[in-house]
Ligand binder design. Structure first.
Ligand code: NAD
Ligand code: MG
Length: 407
């Protein structure tokens, strides 16, 4: 690489944020951190600011910003501390920003990620919920502002790497028959179905292959993560729902594949470590060292593949239905899922009630067209409201879970 790139990390204290800083720290001659942002983890943000000396640090609340600012000044830091959602958008779109790592979790990341897109930045997209909820608006903004979008989600990054370099959004022209999206199946792939009502948040977050934030970990256990990824892939690669097949691959060594009309299947392999897709995107089109241990195929020995069981993982079907329904259905599904996951993590509902809640909300919420961003936020509100109503009506079962878990 020739010139130094100014990077903004939205969500620097999360799992993707920390991994991004790990890769950047290996290449101080290529990257400079312009801004770091966090929701609440003030101690970690303080340490990151001291190490990477960004021009800006953004934290959600004013009181936390004041505290952080005082601590940084005492430590001799020159970083400007800002707060609030508006400032996330400001740093993402800042004139000095070259690259934005969008790694906030949930629809909370949508506005700042779009701000980066609208400013024509290079956007490294980890925040899949932005595409799931606002797909058509988001992709239109990417085209209109010529933003360079590189997927960080390991599957989508693998697909990106397995497509022709000149891929311009036309799968047919590229000779692609299908996208094969791999999934580990999460921690409950083999658990007897009748036991799924008793699993705890910590069990759900103990992913067999990946270390991730708690929300995406629960999504992996329900396989809603794969459902969201089907929707994400449909927007990124202009694929229909039928062109995306999910394959369970418990070892998480193949990160996804592209099948071509001549029968070729191109895959991207590697150890399950998010620093690989992060380094790929940061260095693109060049390759840079990521600190990842290299894949030892002989030690891996065996790679297995199986069909997903939709009885065990109803979320896969629900996500496909939302994608087929189109309009704001994916945004409603995503909102209800954010509420459901939070309720499960707070022991307010059982694990196997998550798909029940989602199905109930999708059935009771009118689908509306998605024309502009306001439609997305309206659908988000309706999805959250529907989920809260569902929780109220099923509160009895939830309370029973809580008392049992705390007994
Ligand atoms: P995480 O929970 O570990 O981190 C989330 C980050 O977002 C934190 O820095 C937090 O401070 C920030 N944040 C949370 N709520 C916020 C709010 N309201 N406003 C501003 N900032 C807020 O999550 P993660 O696992 O790093 O995942 C981040 C995103 O990347 C998610 O969309 C996830 O689906 C996606 N992703 C993650 C992985 C992974 O391996 N962790 C893999 C693929 C995709
Ligand atoms: Mg993924």
């Amino acid at each position: 690489m020739t010139s130094i790139r100014n990077v903004v990390i939205l969500g620097s204290t999360g799992s993707i944020g920390v991994n991004t800083l790990d890769v950047i720290a290996r290449h101080p001659e290529n990257f400079k951190v312009l801004a770091l942002t966090a929701h609440r983890k003030i101690d970690l943000l303080f340490d990151q600011v001291m190490k990477f000396t960004p021009r800006f640090a953004v934290i959600d609340e004013a009181a936390a910003a004041k505290q952080l600012s005082t601590r940084l000044q005492q430590a001799g830091s020159a970083t400007t501390v800002l707060h609030g959602a508006k400032n996330l958008e400001e740093v993402a779109a800042h004139a000095q920003t070259d690259t934005v790592m969008a790694a906030i979790v949930g629809i909370a990341g949508l506005r700042a990620t779009l701000a980066a897109v609208n400013a024509g930045k290079q956007v490294l997209l980890a925040n899949k919920e932005a595409l799931v909820t606002a797909g058509p608006v988001f992709m239109e903004a990417v085209r209109a502002h010529r933003a360079a979008l590189i997927p960080i989600d390991s599957e989508h990054n693998a697909i990106f790497q397995s497509l022709p370099a000149a891929f311009g959004g036309d799968l047919k022209a590229a000779g692609v028959r299908r996208i094969l999206l791999t999934a580990s199946g999460g921690p409950f792939r083999e658990m007897p179905l009748e036991k799924l009502g008793d699993v705890t948040p910590d069990q759900a977050c103990a992913h067999p292959n990946w270390v991730m934030g708690r929300k995406i970990s629960v999504d992996s256990a329900t396989m809603m993560n794969k459902g969201l990824e089907i929707i994400e892939a449909s927007w990124l690669f202009n694929a229909t729902e039928q062109q995306i097949q999910v394959v369970i691959h418990p070892e998480s060594v193949i990160h996804s594949m592209v099948e071509y009309i001549d029968g070729s299947v191109i895959a991207q392999l590697g150890n399950p470590d998010m620093r690989t897709p992060i380094a790929h995107a940061l260095g693109f089109p060049l390759r840079i060292e990521a600190g990842v241990s290299y894949l030892d195929l002989a030690a891996t020995g065996r790679l297995n593949f199986l069909e997903p069981d939709e009885r065990r993982f109803p979320c896969l079907r629900l996500a496909r239905e939302a994608l087929r329904a189109g309009g704001c259905a994916p945004a409603v599904l995503n909102a209800a899922n954010e509420i459901a996951v939070a309720a499960f993590l707070n022991s307010q509902m059982r694990f196997n009630q998550i798909p029940q809640l989602l199905e109930g909300v999708l059935e009771s919420t009118v689908n509306t067209p998605l024309r502009e961003l306001a439609d997305v936020f309206d659908a988000d509100r309706r999805g959250r409201y529907g989920a809260e109503q569902w929780l109220m009506h099923h509160a009895h079962a939830g309370n029973a879970v809580q008392s049992r878990l705390t007994a």
